[in-house]
Structure formats: structure tokens, C-alpha cells
Design a protein around this ligand. Sequence first.
Ligand code: ZN
Ligand code: ZN
Length: 393
Amino acid sequence: MFPNSWFRPFILPACVLLQNRPTVTSEQKQKSLTKGSHLESCIPLLTMAKASESKPGLTHAPFKNGRFENPWPNFQTPSVTHIFSLMRTKDLSKIPPKKDLDKALPIITPDFREFDTSPSSGVRVCWLGHASVLVQFDNITVLTDPIFSQYCSPVQFAGPKRYRDPPCTIEDLPVIDAVVISHNHYDHLDVNSVKDLNKKYGEGLYWVVPMGLATWMRDCGCKNVVELEWWDKWSIPGREEVKFVSTPSNHWCNRGLFDRNKVLWCSWAVIGPSHRFFFGGDTGYCTGFKEIGNEYGPFDLSAIPIGAYYPRWFMKSIHVNPEEAVQIHQDIRSKTSVGIHWGTFKMTSEHYLEPKEKLKEAATEQNLPPDSFITVNHGDIHILGRDTYTEMD
Ligand code: ZN
Ligand code: ZN
């Protein structure tokens, strides 16, 4: 998440205290995070997540004194000094009025009847803005980091606001089997969206979340929640042919002042019998992506963050830029990738179209095949990563 959210509680302490959001007691947190018992205590009726055997060469995030530790040497914990320096950074975003945005970043109204039948080849994908992506392949439909709110903030009257609306409402969405969550920052875990999705789908929807987040989800009313540590695998009961694998990312977690890294953060690999999808979530670069590529690549489709990276002196360890996104694409052995985490909320100070432009340059620089790492319009539905892929759907 962008750093503003880190210091927002300082600016809006009263709002944070007054906001209507699920609360987690320290007892619940302890219960959820007690190793070896968290799954049983949080998911009494669900298929248990299978702890991965600790294979040599696979990095894990250590859990010490109630907090996860970022294991990547290039990670730098944001400090108060950073925050004050950041506030003096020049804003180059230059987000134009709506009529110009409609041309530069058009919003397409998706026809979700296309999701009535899973594609026989490739992955059907619809970018819903920011890191929210709807994908369908191998008879499974998955939604990532859903946010439909106007603000990614503890409150809905202040904070980073959307400049591009969601292309649909939650009511419009087709049948979804599972939602994966990458971490608990406000732009990736939106309480209103979670509650509205839960209201619409109820127990028909599975929530696959990083370790430590199940209690929060259950406090939102979600019933089918499974929490996984890096490299753990899980399948929807009766759908064992598709595996959800929690995979590493280089990031951190917090929603308030005192909860830093009390829950884990991750990326996700969804492995079907014929196709593989990777969701990068929110991340700085790290060698973990080579590990993911070795273990689970190649991926037919990947959603990789490309935005919210400026200024680099601060963002480099928590958000990749387009060049590093291309490196991730190569590390995980992605056949086709779509850029996410840009073009929706005003989060950082790079020009609002720069992620898209720099991605093209970086892909050319690395001699990627044409259309192998692209951006798509909000709401536009494509089938990408087809086995005999010839042209854009
Ligand atoms: Zn984040
Ligand atoms: Zn983010």
C-alpha cells in the first residue's frame, strides 16, 4: 500500500476510532496465530490447509513475538522520517478531468454472460480496477483483492479516492467460487466490498487469505475462510483438481498504528489441471519470484502490479516499477501478464499513465514477445494465454 495509509491514522485518529469495522480481540488474534491450531480454531468445517513440507530453497516469513518478519534483504521498513520526506515529494500525477480520463482510461461495461461457460483454452480475465481481477479457467472463477468503494481508507469521506469508477457493481458479478486476498492494506482488503460480497454469495463463496486474517474475515460474517502460509496449498472441497497456493511477496501489513505484520502478506498461484494463474498482489521485487517460477511456473496468465512506485527511494522495497514487473513476469515464467495496481486510485506521485507507458518500454527492452505483458481497459473481458494463442481476444 502507499505510504499515506501508513500515517493516515495519525491524521485521522478520531475517524479510525469511530469507524464501523470489524474488530479482532487480542485473544482472537492469539488464537488465530497460534501455530498448529489456527486452522482448526478458525475453520472448523472447512478442508484443512495442508502445511507444505519445508523444501530446501523455499523462503518463508518467520513468525516471532506475534509478528511476521519480512525475510527479503532488500526490504526497508517505512519509517516516520521517510513519511515526512515523502510529503515533500513533488506530485507528477497530473490526473485530468473526467472527459479526458474517459479517453485515456476508458471504462467498459462488462457483459458477464461471457462467464457462463469456462473457456476451454486460456484464461478469461476482466480487470475491475486496481488489484481487483476476475479470472475464469478450468471451470473455476476467482476474484482477487476486491475493492468497489470510492476510497481506499479507513473511512469513506477521506483518503485516496478513485478517479476511475468500478466497471460494475457487486450485484452485477457472475457466480464466483473463491476470492483470494493478498494482504490487509486498505486498497486490497476493503471492508465494504467484503461485506457486500458475503451478503451476495454467503456460504457459496470461499475466502482464501494470508495467515492470520481469518478472524478478521469471520468478523465480517464470512463463513468459508481458509488462511495459508507461504507455500501452503488448499483446494475447495470436492474441487481438488484446482489448488490455491500461497506464494511469497515482498511487502508488509498494517491497518492501524499497532498491528504491523501481525498477519501475513502473499501472492497467489491458482493451479488448475490445464491452466495456471498467478496473482502478484502488492510487492517489491524479491528473489521469491524465481522460487515461484521454479515451483509452479509456467503460468498461462499473471496479474502483476505495475503502479504506485514513485518516489523510488521510498517505494522500491514495497512496490515494483514496470521494469521490475517485467522481471517478475520472467522469473515466474509467465506466458501472458496483465498489469494491475495502477490507473484507479491516486496513490503515489508518478504520472497517472506512466506505468502503462513504462511497461511497454520495459517489455520492448527485454525483447518480450508482442502482447505478452499488456494493460487492459477497466471492465474489458479477454481470453488470454490460450494454448494456441494467435491474437487478442
Ligand atoms: Zn500494500
Ligand atoms: Zn496496494
